[in-house]
Design a protein around this ligand. Sequence first.
Ligand code: ZN
Length: 68
Amino acid sequence: MYFGKKNSEEPVVIMEDTIVYACEAPNCKGWMRKEFSADNQTCPMCGGHLLEEIRELPKIQTEYNTFR
Ligand SMILES: [Zn+2]
């Protein structure tokens, strides 16, 4: 435990509502962020249909050294 010794470089994860396309197959965990999807909205894992939904996801940082 490091109470009182917080590193100022500690990564801060900001959660935000993100539109994603999630695979409709119940046994498939395939999904993609809407901003990364192309016009072909098919599951990257099984090729199935994707359903648009909103998930709370970590905000994408422009610098990936804090990504985990
Ligand atoms: Zn799928």
